[in-house]
Design a protein around this ligand. Structure first.
Ligand SMILES: NC(=O)c1ccc[n+]([C@@H]2O[C@H](COP(=O)([O-])OP(=O)(O)OC[C@H]3O[C@@H](n4cnc5c(N)ncnc54)[C@H](O)[C@@H]3O)[C@@H](O)[C@H]2O)c1
Length: 302
């Protein structure tokens, strides 16, 4: 496989961290950065050039416009509209009204994009669907991978075992309707009781703790992006938990990705988990109805 060019839209906490991580990926030869102001994109590019020189990383970095990104192999979409999030529950869904027009405008600019698009902007499942519907691009949302990582860390802490010995997934919405797949979880190869209340509390507490401490979550979610791109660009085969189109609704599920081609790698769910997954689906579909009108409109950033 030849080196890949990755376009990043949005140079905030996530975009900056993703860009820095990508420059260390052996398969990534170029990173294009576009954000709301040219000054911000240039600032990030200059900082990354310095890093590249110090760290001898292979990827070149360049500021770009959204329209320049047509030539890239994959896109990372992580802008955030300016709004104050005052929600205590369903925190990610609170970005729906503000971020939907932004994502719709970008999708119109990138209509016909032939590469893979990875959505990060929240609510990620709903906005991945919006971007895919308008642009026509193969679009995947990242979110459940971070939930899965947090789940494994929590269980490992609870059982006082190395995290590598925990095998279990969080699917569904990246948000309050996340589905903890407790019935299929194993610890050191054995099924183990999952303290669901503790896990739910920690899935909420971890991002809150990060936000209170450093303003924005960045490293964990950003790391999920190169992990997904490694698989989606065909550099390496692997398993991921991504938000994809399941009968019209984008929702987090486990995928096996071989030679860049994802197939659903289903998890066996018990009755409660199945009901929760269906509830998540219903919620995500209802949220999409609120922003579906953005499928009509004008392009941004051309
Ligand atoms: N899916 C996940 O797991 C996950 C995790 C963390 C954050 N997020 C989401 O990612 C998004 C970004 O978060 P952040 O902390 O980096 O935000 P941020 O506020 O730090 O940065 C947002 C960036 O978007 C840029 N921007 C705004 N409008 C733009 C436009 N029209 N075109 C290009 N760039 C534009 C801004 O200039 C800014 O650089 C948020 O929606 C956040 O909720 C998702």
């Amino acid at each position: 496989m030849t080196g890949q060019t990755i376009g990043i839209i949005g140079a905030g906490a996530i975009g900056q961290t993703v860009a820095a991580l990508l420059t260390h990926e052996p398969w990534c030869t170029q990173v294009l950065v576009t954000t709301r102001t040219t000054e911000r994109a240039r600032g990030l590019v200059t900082d990354l050039e310095d890093m590249r020189q110090v760290a001898a990383s292979p990827a070149r970095v360049q500021a770009a416009t959204a329209a320049d990104l047509f030539g890239s192999d994959a896109l990372v979409i992580c802008p955030r509209a300016t709004f104050t999030n005052t929600a205590n529950r369903d925190v990610r869904m609170a970005g729906l009204a503000a971020n939907a027009p932004l994502i719709a405008g970008l999708a119109r600019t990138l209509t016909g994009y032939a590469g893979v698009a990875v959505m990060v902007t929240n609510p990620v499942d709903v906005l991945a669907r919006l971007f895919a519907r308008i642009s026509g691009a193969a679009t995947y949302g990242v979110g459940s991978a971070t939930d899965t990582a947090r789940y494994r860390l929590t269980l490992a802490g609870h059982y006082r075992v190395p995290v590598e010995t925990v095998d279990g997934y969080v699917i569904g919405e990246h948000g309050d309707h996340a589905v903890i797949c407790a019935s299929s979880t194993t610890v050191a190869g054995e099924t183990a009781p999952v303290p669901l209340d503790l896990v739910r509390t920690e899935l909420t507490a971890r991002p809150r703790r990060i936000n209170q401490g450093i303003g924005r979550t960045r490293c964990g979610p950003a790391a999920a992006v190169p992990s997904a791109l490694r698989h989606l660009t065909g550099y390496r085969d692997g398993t991921d938990v991504l938000s994809v189109n399941r009968e019209g609704v984008w929702i987090g599920i486990r995928l096996r990705i071989r030679s860049g081609q994802p197939t659903v790698h289903p998890l066996v769910l018990d009755e409660r988990e199945t009901a929760q997954f269906l509830a998540a689906r219903t919620k995500l579909n209802a949220a999409y109805q609120q922003i579906q009108h953005h499928e009509q409109g004008e392009a941004l950033c051309r």
